[in-house]
Design a protein around this ligand. Structure first.
Ligand SMILES: Nc1ncnc2c1ncn2[C@@H]1O[C@H](COP(=O)(O)OP(=O)(O)OP(=O)(O)O)[C@@H](O)[C@H]1O
Ligand SMILES: [Mg+2]
Length: 373
């Protein structure tokens, strides 16, 4: 398997480590920077990248090389051609590029989509069908069972650009769902746009118990505002969810149904911040973004065991689900729950054990090819 690697920054950009980190992490950052500069020898470098973004991107590159895969660095901006024969890597780390061999795409994805959906799909990683399955997690009954909060997948009334019409009056329509929720008590909810991944922040909605239908409709207009123009007439586009306390957010990577590695959702962490020796990094941040980081091995173990229990359930409900990141948290009582699922290729790594992740992608791919032969 080849790896086609997209750099996130121009090749002459490097990022030095932060100075306020433990020595083992500082050494890991320095080592990554040094190895990158060996592979990509240039006359001058500029320390000007976002530290986490640069190192996370380079972690994919180095892990692929360490896993024995042939890595090819692509031009950062030019969209990939539709045919593999037309790919011209800038730098090949080991062997020359062979368009007839299967490949994986590591690095930022948007411009790369065309190639993976072309004729060679089925040979390439990530699989577009698998990514689509991760993105439709909100409709997965196993997600709904383990969400740890009230969730309801909703349509948006109206005639959309896609010509579909959703009629007002259906219980699944967002304003009617809110009416029903308000009929049962006060509403403190977050609405997530699940029609398009990474659309934007969740929309908060609060309503008193027994809110009038007009107030519910107004609340939807106020919350979604101009985004409604995109959403009108779309079915299953919004995930209405009760707001709850979520603590110690944690990301687990699943490849081919195997729970491979994991780490706390700590924005300033990359694989180089992993506590040496750990595959499920035990560093936790009580509230996301708060900065209070502690080591909690029992919590990491709880998440791993929870993931091992629920992954087969999630996959049984959606046979196209294969590789995904699984975001978990605990509620106020310390019970684990699912926040969301994402495709692996577009998931931040945090302090996961990247070697395990890339090794699992390589091995799973080899296994699939043997099984298909
Ligand atoms: N029902 C909820 N109650 C309270 N907080 C929530 C709820 N759902 C999500 N959150 C918080 O909002 C964050 C973002 O939610 P989610 O991960 O579903 O959306 P996202 O689009 O992937 O955003 P991000 O890219 O920031 O993770 C979560 O990490 C969590 O902190
Ligand atoms: Mg998220």
């Amino acid at each position: 398997m080849h790896v086609l690697f997209t750099p996130r920054f121009p090749l002459d950009v490097v990022a030095k480590p932060r100075s306020d980190i433990p020595e083992y992490a500082y050494c890991a950052y320095q080592a990554a920077k040094g190895r990158y500069m060996q592979h990509v020898p240039l006359a001058a470098y500029h320390n000007q990248a976002d530290i986490e973004d640069w190192h996370e991107n380079i972690a994919w590159l180095l892990a692929a090389h360490d896993a024995g895969l042939d890595v090819h660095i692509l031009d950062r901006i030019t969209p990939l051609p539709e045919r593999a024969q037309d790919i011209k890597p800038l730098i090949s780390l080991s062997r020359p590029f062979d368009p007839n061999r299967p490949f994986a795409l590591f690095g930022p994805q948007p411009l790369r989509a065309r190639l993976t959906t072309s004729a060679i799909d089925g040979q390439s990683w990530p699989s577009p069908a698998g990514a689509a399955a991760a993105n439709r997690y909100a409709s997965n009954p196993a997600f709904q069972r383990h969400a740890g909060r009230q969730v309801q997948l909703c349509d948006v009334e109206g005639t959309g650009l896609n010509g579909k019409v959703v009629h007002s009056g259906q219980p699944s329509e967002i304003t009617h769902a809110l009416e029903n929720w308000a009929a049962a008590g006060p509403v403190d909810a977050l609405i997530k746009n699940v029609f398009q991944p990474k659309y934007g922040p969740l929309y908060p909605v609060e309503l008193p118990a027994g809110a009038h239908p007009v107030a519910c409709k107004q609340a939807v207009y106020d919350a979604l505002s101009y985004d409604l123009l995109d959403l009108e007439g779309r079915t299953q586009a919004l995930l209405l969810q009760g707001r709850i306390e979520m603590r110690d957010e944690y990301r687990i990577f699943v490849i081919g149904g195997r729970v491979v590695t994991g780490a706390g959702c700590i924005e300033r962490h990359t694989p180089w911040d992993r506590i040496p020796g750990e595959t499920f990094d035990p560093q936790m941040e009580n509230l996301r973004g708060s900065g209070g980081i502690r080591v909690d091995r029992a919590r990491a173990k709880l998440y791993r065991q929870f993931a091992e229990r629920i992954v087969p359930e999630l996959m049984a409900e959606d046979p196209e689900l294969r590789d995904f990141s699984l975001d978990l948290a605990v509620n106020a009582d310390g019970a684990p729950l699912i926040i969301e699922l994402n495709p692996v290729a577009t998931s931040g790594l945090y302090a996961c054990r990247i070697e395990k992740l890339v090794g699992a992608i390589r091995d799973q791919h080899a296994y699939n090819r043997i099984a298909a032969a």
